[in-house]
Design a protein. Structure first.
Ligand code: NAP
Length: 326
């Protein structure tokens, strides 16, 4: 099989597309021919050895995938020819990832490809929509009609959160540094758009929403933006924190936290049991289909061009970067 293998001691200089032997599968696993892989920043953090609790070399990075079943599991849940996507759950295997042309995946972490979706859309979706769902609904407690502020709204998780929140009936405030991306976010359903760097961001958002604080911020960027997010909250507001693109530390105003009785809650997509992940995915697909919304693909690359694909992901994205495998 062909796979992007990160060998010891790790990092990009020791990450190469290689021909390796397919490892033996287990009865509860399904062999899939991988057709497309949605890239996520975490894949890059793993390769660079910056992912807490990440795999030790040698490993194959990659979490999302669309594929076709080649050999089903012993219980017969999945059969050859089934078109599937890989979900994230507490049993996700970080060592044997999806950046390869075939892989054994636990049957409990597979779901049927949503009808009518392209290979790239299917591959791009699960990790970011599962994360957005947790941040908005499971942890964020979002209710229809409520406002939600979404940072990094043009990225993979941010766009997923914008689409899901809009479909859920929330009032969506999307933050992006680019005026061009702000325009696209409005076209995709955001009610209001702002730059996170606007000098009077809080006042502008409160004026637009006619409120004195919001109940939920989905914070995908990290660094100083987390401390700004806290100041957007109303009494008993919450920040769902999930990203570190702008830094892994920030200063928090303890009085703001205290006087707002606010909470900052970490989100981890692999927190859920496979059964809970399956239930969430079912609701996500129903919501997306009923509002006729699909994942947004920014660019496509081949398996040979994975380094360029990650370069694209580190740069200026709007939606997802996908690797297609011939
Ligand atoms: N906790 C979890 O389970 C989980 C799951 C998925 C992802 N994540 C993390 O969440 C983060 C976002 O992931 P993603 O897939 O959405 O990333 P992405 O697709 O690369 O997009 C992130 C967006 O954030 C904005 N951004 C990037 N750097 C920024 C900076 N320095 N300051 C302000 N905005 C910045 C950009 O928007 P503009 O250019 O429009 O401003 C970009 O489009 C990553 O750190 C990822 O590892 C965590």
């Amino acid at each position: 099989m062909r796979a992007l293998v990160t060998s010891s001691p790790g990092g990009w200089p020791n990450t190469k597309l290689s021909d390796i032997e397919l490892r033996p599968g287990q009865p509860e696993q399904v062999l899939i021919k991988v057709r497309a892989v949605g890239l996520n920043p975490a894949d890059n953090y793993q390769i660079e050895g910056r992912y807490p609790g990440g795999p030790r070399p040698p490993f194959i990075a990659g979490r999302d995938a669309f594929g076709v079943v080649v050999q089903g599991d012993a219980k017969g849940i999945w059969k050859p020819g089934d078109e599937v996507v890989v979900l994230q759950s507490s049993t996700t295997n970080l060592e044997h990832g999806t950046l390869c042309d075939q892989q054994w995946i636990a049957a409990e972490n597979l779901a049927r490809k949503p009808a009518g979706w392209s290979d790239a859309e299917a591959a791009a979706a699960p990790l970011v929509y599962q994360t957005a769902w947790k941040a908005l609904v499971d942890i964020g407690g979002l209710q229809p009609g409520q406002p939600v502020v979404i940072t990094g709204a043009s990225g993979g998780v941010g766009l997923a959160a914008v689409q899901l929140a809009r479909a859920y009936g929330a009032t969506v405030v999307a933050l992006s540094r680019s005026t061009e991306k702000q325009q696209r976010l409005l076209e995709l359903g955001a009610h209001f758009v702002f730059s996170p760097e606007a000098p009077h961001l809080k006042e502008q958002i409160f004026e637009a929403l006619k409120v004195k604080g919001v109940s939920l911020v989905v914070e995908t960027v990290g660094g100083p933006l987390l401390s700004s997010a806290l100041h957007l909250l109303g009494i008993h507001g919450r920040v769902s924190v999930l990203g570190v693109l702008a830094g892994v530390e920030c200063n928090i105003s303890i009085p703001a936290l205290m006087f707002k009785r606010a909470s900052i809650h970490g989100v981890l997509v692999t927190d859920d049991s496979p059964a809970k992940a399956q239930a969430a995915w079912k609701r996500i697909v129903e919501l997306l289909n009923s509002s006729q919304v699909r994942p947004i693909i920014d660019d496509r690359f081949s398996l040979e061009d994975v380094p360029a694909a990650f370069e694209k992901l580190r740069g200026n994205v709007f939606g997802k970067v996908v690797v297609q495998i011939a």
